[in-house]
Structures are given as C-alpha cells and as structure tokens.
Ligand binder design. Structure first.
Ligand code: HMG
Ligand code: MG
Length: 295
C-alpha cells in the first residue's frame, strides 16, 4: 500500500543554505529558487525569519523574498520561531510559514533558547495570528528519533510533543530526524503513534544513510509529504552531528521506480544541484547527482 502521488517539500534553500560556512549572495539564492521551481517542485522552503545573529546565513530573508521571481502555483514557506519572525514574514508578504519545535529539552534550549513548555508558549500566538491572517502553518518537530545530548528519544515523548503542536492549530507536522539516526522500524512505530488522518510529513537527514529506507517506511505507513533537499544540502548549525537532508534526486529516483507521481524533472534537478555545487565549491553528496553528472 503505497500512495499514488507524493508531495516533495524542498528544503535545500533553507535547511541547506543555513548550514553553509560562507554566506551565499542573495542573487545566487534567488536563482537557485527560480531553478528549483522550473524543475516542477511546488513547495520550496525559501528562508528563515529567525534572529540574524543566530543564523547569519539567512539574515537576508527579506531581501531574498523581494528579489524572488515567483512562479505561479509554487509555495515558498519560511521558518518563523516567534512573533517577531512572523511580523517580518508578513511584511514580506508570505502565505506559508513553519514553526519549529523540539521533542527534547536539550535541543529546545540550544536551538530556541527556551524550555519545551516555553517553546509552546512562544509558538501559540504565532500560530493563532498566522491562521487569522489566512496563512498555511506547518510545524517541525526536531529530534523526533534521537538527540545528540539525550540519545534515543522515546516514541511516547515525541507523540506527546506532536499532539501539543496539533492542539495549537497547525496544518501539518513534519517529523524531523535532525541527526539522521532513525531506522525504518522506528519510523513506522512513530507514525502509528499518531491518529491516521493527521497530516504528517517526514524530514530525514541522511547522516547514517537511512533516509531513503526511512522514507519508504513512511510511505508504507500512509505519509504522502516528504521533505528533501536538492543535491543533499543541509544540516543544523545548532546540532553539529547533523549532515545533509535526504537528497531530492535520490527521492525522485526511488519514487520513479515505484511509479509514484511527483511532478519533478530529474534531469533539471541534477543540473540545478550541479550548478549550486559549483557555486558552493564542492560536489553534491547525492549518489544520484554523482551518478548522473559524471561523464
Ligand atoms: P532569544 O535570544 O531568546 O530572543 O532567541 P528574544 O526573544 O529574547 O529576543 C532578543 C532580541 O532578539 C530582541 O531584540 C528581539 O526583538 C530580537 P531587542 O529587543 O533585544 O533589540 N529577535 C528577533 N529579531 C529578528 N527576527 C526574529 C527575532 N526574534 C527575536 N525572529 C530565537 C530566540 C528563537 C529568536 C533564537 O533562538 C533563534 O532565532 N533561533 C533560531 C535557530 C535556528 O534557526 N535553527 C535552525 C532551524 S531549525 C532546523 O534546522 C531543524 C529543522 O530542519 C528540522 C529538523 O531537521 O529536525 C527545521
Ligand atoms: Mg533539518
């Protein structure tokens, strides 16, 4: 039992570029977004309205959105941690936002400077106001499988955190394997801990090489939205053991093989990731990009 269609939620411009040592120029980011939209991707997370000192790589969020050449039918969600971030996002005219919570106290403290209880208090007015403004609201739940400081994170703890986020009124919850330690059995166990009509997405970093297997397990468990990053860019500056996300090309290759539609051109995507890798000065870690671009 696999879905007929999957929505690919592209995170490369945000999760990927937030982690680059060098700041990528706005014009390059804008071109990356334009090229990604031309591959057929319909949801492309663009940037974050977080504190510019916390993530200087994305301090240009407003400039980027102003420079963006918006393709019809393409959504560009942005990360907002708090009301200040939401205000900035609204000034830039966004229609989709994502809050990002932690399933553990250790990461809530490091990533948000908050306890877990404080994070929900911070998010509550963000979700309420965003919904009043007619925005679509996603929530991420990080460290949903394991945490570098706390080790294994129990399913019940993650499900409880997810429940609190749904109670705030979010439209979608993305389960984040921030440090890429999850395995397929745990993915199915975690998804089973949520009620089946709940809109779940999965967000796998590929640190331990499990992202594709985990994605297949999630699809078998009924998930139809999968996060990935073009060329496998990514990581989290506040979780050093995190490496890149599942590469969108690797995901597309698997979906094509399974006959699951997704609307994305693999060739255009590979070309885009090779172009971006040249801008960043190092090759893409994606196996599919490597296989399709070596001559
Ligand atoms: P804080 O220092 O506790 O902030 O940071 P505060 O609320 O105490 O405010 C302090 C000052 O910052 C104030 O200014 C605010 O206005 C200003 P002052 O009054 O002193 O002049 N400020 C802001 N300025 C601009 N934009 C804002 C903003 N907020 C406050 N949004 C905060 C708390 C949440 C802001 C900080 O911890 C932060 O920005 N964290 C973001 C960390 C981050 O972006 N991490 C990466 C994304 S998460 C991720 O990658 C995981 C994911 O991919 C899923 C997965 O893989 O699991 C999503
Ligand atoms: Mg991530």
């Amino acid at each position: 039992n696999l879905p007929e269609r999957v929505t690919i939620y592209e995170v490369g411009p945000r999760d990927g570029l937030q982690n680059e040592k060098a700041v990528v120029p706005v014009a390059v980011k804008a071109e990356f977004l334009t090229r990604l939209a031309a591959t057929g991707l319909k949801v492309i997370e663009a940037t974050s309205f977080v504190h510019p000192k916390w993530v200087p790589q994305l301090a240009d969020a407003a400039d980027l959105l102003a420079a963006l050449d918006r393709a019809p039918g393409v959504r560009h969600p942005v990360l907002v941690p708090n009301e200040r971030g939401l205000d900035r996002a609204l000034e830039s005219g966004v229609s989709d936002v994502a809050i990002f919570a932690s399933a553990t106290e250790s990461f809530a403290r490091r990533n948000l400077n908050r306890s877990m209880d404080e994070q929900y208090a911070m998010f509550e007015p963000v979700v309420t106001r965003a919904r009043e403004a007619g925005l679509w609201v996603r929530a991420y739940l990080s460290m949903a499988f394991g945490d570098p400081w706390e080790g294994d994170v129990p399913v019940a703890q993650v499900a409880e955190a997810g429940r609190r986020l749904f109670d705030l009124g979010i439209h979608e919850l993305s389960l984040g394997d921030t440090i890429g330690v999850g395995t397929a059995g745990r993915v199915q166990e975690l998804i089973a801990a949520f009620d089946s009509p709940e809109p779940l997405a999965v967000h796998f970093h590929d640190t331990y090489g499990q992202a594709l297997a985990n994605t297949l397990a999630a699809l078998q468990a009924g998930v139809t939205t999968v996060d990935s990053s073009a060329g496998g860019l990514g990581g989290c500056p506040y979780a050093e053991s995190a490496t890149g996300n599942l590469a969108t090309e690797d995901l597309v290759w698997m979906l094509d093989g399974l006959g699951i539609s997704h609307g994305v051109s693999l060739d255009a995507l590979v070309e885009t990731s090779v172009w971006m890798a040249e801008r960043l000065g190092r090759p893409s870690p994606s196996r599919v990009v490597t296989a399709r671009s070596s001559s």
